[in-house]
Design a protein around this ligand. Structure first.
Ligand code: NAP
Length: 264
C-alpha cells in the first residue's frame, strides 16, 4: 500500500534520532515524503540507524542526513542546523526529542549534584540550544514539537532531575510558542507515558537494588508500554498541516496514566 506523501518537500530536523522514538519519527516522515535531518551523540548509533533506513527506504537516500551533535553544546547544534539548511533548505519542522533518562533513583538529599547538573544540561539547556537555532532557520508557518513526558506534569519520589527537566520542557514550549506566533510558527509539547525503548527497558538504580519497568508495573489504565511508532504518529500529526490551529499545547499519550509513584 502506498502512503499519502503528506510531508512531500518538507524538511524536518529530529534530535535523538538514532533509536527509539526519534528513529520512529524519522521513518514515519520518510515514508510520507519528507527530507529528514537526524542527530545524536554517537556516530555508531547513527550509522546503524542509517543502515536500517537505507534497507527499509531504498528510495529515500537523498532525503536523509545524519550529524553527530551533543545538544548540550550550542556550537554543535548551530553547526547541525546550518548543515541541514545548506543541504535541504530552510526547516519546515523540528522534533526536539533527544533527552537523557535519570537512571539513578535517589532522594534529593542523596542525588549526586553533578549527575543532576548533567541531566538538566542535556534535557533543559539542550532543548534551549535547539530552539535557539531552529527558530532562526525555520520557515514562517513551521511547526516544532518538543518531547515532554508524563513527568512534565506528574511527579515521583527519587526522580528530581528528570521531573524538573521535563517540567521545564513545558515552560520552554510555551515561551517559544509566544515568540513564534507572529511568524505563524507553532510550538507544542508531546508527552508520552512509558514507551518500549532502551530508555524504559534498561534497569534503574535504587537504594534497594535495580528496578525494571515491566509491562505489569506500568501505572496506567493500559498495562503495556507504547510502541515508538504509536508516539511517532502523534508527533507527525503535530508537525503536519492537519494540526495548523494547534499551538502552545501539551498532549499526553500515556495509556491513561495513574498518578502514583512508579518506584514502589
Ligand atoms: N521511552 C519512554 O518511555 C519515554 C517516556 C516519556 C518521555 N520520553 C521522552 O521521549 C524522548 C525520546 O525517548 P526515547 O525513549 O526514544 O529515548 P532513547 O531510546 O534513550 O533515545 C534517546 C535518543 O537521544 C539521543 N541523545 C541522548 N543524549 C543526547 C544528546 N546530548 N545530544 C543529542 N542526542 C542525544 C540518543 O542517541 P545517542 O545515545 O547516540 O546520543 C538517542 O538517539 C525523550 O525526550 C524522552 O524523555 C520517553
Amino acid at each position: 500500500m502506498s502512503l499519502p506523501a503528506t510531508f512531500q518537500n518538507k524538511v524536518i530536523a529530529i534530535t535523538g534520532a538514532s533509536r527509539g522514538i526519534g528513529l520512529a519519527v524519522a521513518k514515519y516522515l520518510l515514508a510520507r515524503g519528507a527530507a529528514v535531518s537526524m542527530c545524536a551523540t554517537s556516530s555508531e548509533n547513527l550509522a546503524k540507524a542509517l543502515e536500517e533506513i537505507h534497507r527499509e527506504f531504498p528510495d529515500a537516500k537523498d532525503r536523509v542526513m545524519t550529524c553527530v551533535v551533543d545538544i548540550s553544546k550550542l556550537e554543535t547544534v548551530k553547526s547541525w542546523i546550518e548543515q541541514t539548511v545548506a543541504k535541504f533548505g530552510p526547516l519546515d519542522g523540528c522534533c526536539n526529542n533527544a533527552a537523557k533518562e535519570q537512571r539513578k533513583i535517589y532522594p534529593v538529599t542523596e542525588l549526586d549534584a553533578d549527575y543532576f547538573h548533567d541531566i538538566i544540561n542535556v534535557n533543559v539547556c539542550g532543548l534551549f540550544h535547539c530552539l535557539k537555532e531552529e527558530m532562526k532557520a525555520i520557515k514562517d508557518g513551521g511547526s516544532i514539537v518538543n518531547l515532554g513526558s508524563v513527568a512534565s506534569n506528574y511527579a515521583s519520589a527519587g526522580t528530581a532531575a528528570y521531573i524538573t527537566a521535563k517540567h521545564a520542557v513545558l515552560g520552554l514550549t510555551k515561551t517559544a510558542a509566544f515568540e513564534g506566533a507572529p511568524r505563524g510558527i507553532r510550538v507544542n509539547a508531546m508527552c508520552p507515558g512509558t514507551v518500549n525503548t532502551t530508555m524504559m527497558t534498561q534497569s534503574f538504580e535504587t537504594a534497594q537494588g535495580d528496578f525494571y519497568l515491566t509491562p505489569d508495573k506500568v501505572p496506567a489504565l493500559m498495562q503495556r508500554l507504547a510502541e515508538p511508532e504509536e508516539v511517532a504518529a502523534f508527533i507527525a500529526f503535530l508537525l503536519g498541516d492537519d494540526s495548523r490551529f494547534i499551538t502552545k499545547a501539551t498532549y499526553y499519550m500515556d495509556g491513561g496514566w495513574l498518578e502514583g509513584n512508579y518506584t514502589s
